[in-house]
Design a protein around this ligand. Sequence first.
Ligand code: SUG
Length: 448
Amino acid sequence: MKSYEVNFDGLVGPTHNYGGLSYGNVASQSNSQQSSNPKEAALQGLAKMKALMDMGFQQGVLAPQERPDVAALRRLGFAGSDAQVIQQAAKEAMPLLVASCSASSMWVANAATVSPSADTADGRVHFTAANLNCKYHRSIEHPTTSRVLGAMFANPQHFAHHAALPAVAQFGDEGAANHTRFCRAYGEAGVEFFVFGRSAFDTRYPAPQKYPARQTLEASQAVARLHGLREEGVVYAQQNPSVIDQGVFHNDVIAVGNGEVLFYHEDAFLETDKMLAELSSKLAKVGGKFQSVCVPRSAVTVDDAVRSYLFNSQLLSRPDGSMLLIVPEECRGNERVWQYLQGLTGSGGVIREVKVFDLKQSMQNGGGPACLRLRVALNETELAAVNPGVIMTAPLYESLTQWVERHYRDRMTENDLADPQLLLECRGALDELTQILKLGAVYPFQIN
Ligand code: SUG
């Protein structure tokens, strides 16, 4: 049976702004308080989805969330009508209003961890929504994420959904940003690679000194258990704590894998040789031949990687078996990175082509091409069971572009977030979106 990797991209929400909310994420910190352009952000994301679809890849779309999250503000003690809640928060606690307005759900690599049916005990595709509990503005995403994923992958015969892990730092889970799957073919059993930043219960593991390690070993292990993965099909590795302290807040900022290939920076992991050997032997047991492409620090420094987002790229398989790397424009702007990429594609190795995308609006908050997509490997039967409303087509691209043009502002500052009219605009837009994507009622304002 045919199988595919389907990339579901997060559609940027109408409140996209630079809130400076993510300590440890260099771009988010350094662009804090700049004015943003939500319309441009959404159109840049849609252009990437359209381009991948036009290249023949399977592409889907994941809806944004309701923001400002008035219910979250009410839980923090703000009261009255919705407009009063927003006005009171703007007056007394602007950072909380900003957090409740974040469009951070666009980075759907953090929405969930997904295990394809060929890897799981019950032969279904498993999803665990990420609790994202390291940052308040992200910790409020998972209930809606679960409803949206449930509406996209509704058939219980093929899809199993797990609620987010307990909402404490010991089970900090950032979803697919720290999870990679290696396989010979998408429909065959593979090896799932979980990368963690620290252990919550075992003091033998080192931890970063400056910035938080968002993913714990215990969270990754819990997800592997929930999904029914075999021990032989799982590898755990620890991120090098010193790269976290240099701004690598997720593993997908320093490594990316696809098929039988891992593309990574020399400094990305601890005990790299042991990890590579384990990946290689476990992949061999399911018939695959593991390959790694290491980028040496002498060619590209960790700082270059963090600034250019070289590794936050999408590594995609082409029909001839070679691979294509989708990178952000910032890679072309960094001389060492660009030179490295020229050498890589000209070397006769598996990565043959690089395509560049302008995703500046998202990049300024630390979100590159890979952050914006959730990968779901599906066989033909499973793909047919996905809600067809969320699969990208030329007409859907047209409707979504027009929807963005109709509803989005082209400038967003703190003053705009304090405007109660914004909430009404967003709800109107999202109500229409659920009809375009055929999702049914998924937002709090549609349910309560
Ligand atoms: O969680 N930025 C996101 C970026 C997530 C990137 N995802 C991956 N690497 N997979 C984060 O730090 C910034 C929001 C702000 O500052 O307004 C933010 O949430």
